[in-house]
Design a protein. Structure first.
Length: 261
């Protein structure tokens, strides 16, 4: 029975305290942060230097090795950025909320201006720059192979020394993909936006959304390779990115800083 009766007492219902509003608020905050993070990462990374690095390296080396190295670097950078952003939550939320909104507006206006000034074939210079950088790293790798002997896992079918599978993921190519991606991402627009998002959104949602966004972009670069790198319109992506950033800044006019998302 839903009620229990005792002599001389009124009916007493069992007490179940469930703060549904709080749970809904938390879920909505996570979803909003996830959507925001995945959106800004995609528009920031498509046609970016890290995209070209993954695309070009995937044409030359084992795709799984390149993807693993790049994703480890991007995942680590995303987590570090979220931690940096979350550290700013010691400041009253009303300040961080409107400062981050202003930064989104600035990023959006800059991206729109850059996109409108770009030529339709913009991005080829950065593609050539990345190719030159990877070629330089290749030459260094070849010199290292000559010094260390022919036993490297990436040296081709002529390798005579059996290699364990796990060594495939810590090969010089893995290290090169990790290093190039990490250095290219440091101080990049996507890192700064991840920090800003983590300061105003649910940090778990930002971390998951940012990582998924990087996975999609890097996976597309690794699978499509040079074809996507040459076909992609950096100008169009930049203009769309500017609109997305401005949309998030504009949304602050309708969302209270204390709403939790």
């Amino acid at each position: 029975l839903p009620f229990s009766f005792q002599k001389g007492s009124s009916p007493v219902a069992p007490v179940h305290i469930v703060n549904e509003d709080s749970a809904d608020k938390t879920n909505l905050g996570f979803i909003h942060a996830f959507v925001a993070a995945i959106s800004v990462i995609i528009v920031s990374e498509l046609g970016d230097k890290t995209f070209f690095i993954a695309a070009i390296m995937a044409m030359r080396y084992n795709r799984l090795t390149v993807l693993a190295g790049a994703m480890l670097a991007l995942g680590l950078m995303t987590c570090l950025s979220v931690l940096f952003g979350y550290a700013t939550t010691v400041i009253p939320r009303v300040y961080t909320y409107y400062v981050s909104t202003a930064l989104f507006a600035i990023f959006g206006v800059r991206m729109l201006r850059e996109g409108l000034k770009m030529s339709p074939d913009e991005g080829q210079e950065e593609l050539e720059e990345v190719q030159a950088e990877i070629k330089k790293k290749d030459e260094e790798l070849q010199r290292t192979k000559l010094l260390n002997g022919p036993g490297d896992v990436e040296s081709g079918p002529g390798t005579t020394i059996p290699q364990k599978k796990w060594l495939h993921f810590i090969s010089p190519i893995f290290v090169q993909a990790f290093t190039l991606t990490f250095l290219a991402e440091w101080g990049d627009r996507s890192q700064l936006t991840t920090i800003v998002l983590a300061a105003r959104e649910d940090p778990y949602g930002v971390a998951v959304g940012g990582t998924v966004g990087h996975c999609l972009c890097t996976g597309l670069a690794v699978i499509g390779g040079r074809m996507i790198a040459q076909k992609i319109s950096v100008r169009t992506v930049t203009i769309i990115g500017g609109i997305v950033f401005l949309a998030f800044a504009f949304s602050a006019l309708f969302i209270s800083p204390d709403s939790g998302f």
